[in-house]
Design a binder for this molecule. Structure first.
Ligand SMILES: [Zn+2]
Length: 139
């Protein structure tokens, strides 16, 4: 997507734990933590496995394919910076590998979004440092 010099919306602030996720997005890779002890994939990033509490975690690249698990159509912006975007879709996406993650569904009228809709990752390079993960209908 296009990159603008004047991006006025709130931006994520990566932490030591989440930085690899954000670095991956910048390289157009969707990375999720995987536990080396039990194999569980998890998102959002944490310091330990949510199943076995192991701190032996690695980063695994996901396919970028998923389906809409749940969604809402935002018609009143939660922040003034998003006023020009309404209505827009905020969804929970179920990756084909299993983990869930939230994001906007773009590239389609909001009326076309359905639970179960196949989607693919969109890497939106909003600033030179920050890439946001969004989703668009597959195919
Ligand atoms: Zn584990």
């Amino acid at each position: 997507m296009t990159q603008t010099a004047e991006y006025s919306k709130p931006l994520p602030r990566p932490t030591l734990i989440s930085k690899p996720f954000w670095d991956g997005l910048r390289q157009e890779k969707l990375l999720v933590q995987r536990c080396r002890n039990c194999g569980r994939l998890q998102h959002y990033p944490r310091p330990h496995c949510i199943v076995c509490l192991s701190q032996d975690l690695e980063w695994a690249e996901m396919s970028g394919r998923g389906t809409v698990y749940s969604f809402t159509v935002v018609r009143r912006p939660a922040h003034p910076a998003f006023a020009a975007d309404v209505p827009y879709v905020l969804a929970v996406i179920e990756l084909e590998e299993g983990p869930h993650m939230s994001g906007n569904v773009v590239g389609t009228p909001v009326e076309e979004v359905r639970i179960g809709l196949p989607v693919t990752a969109v890497f939106d390079h909003v600033t030179p440092e920050v890439t946001l993960l969004k989703w668009r209908p597959a195919g």
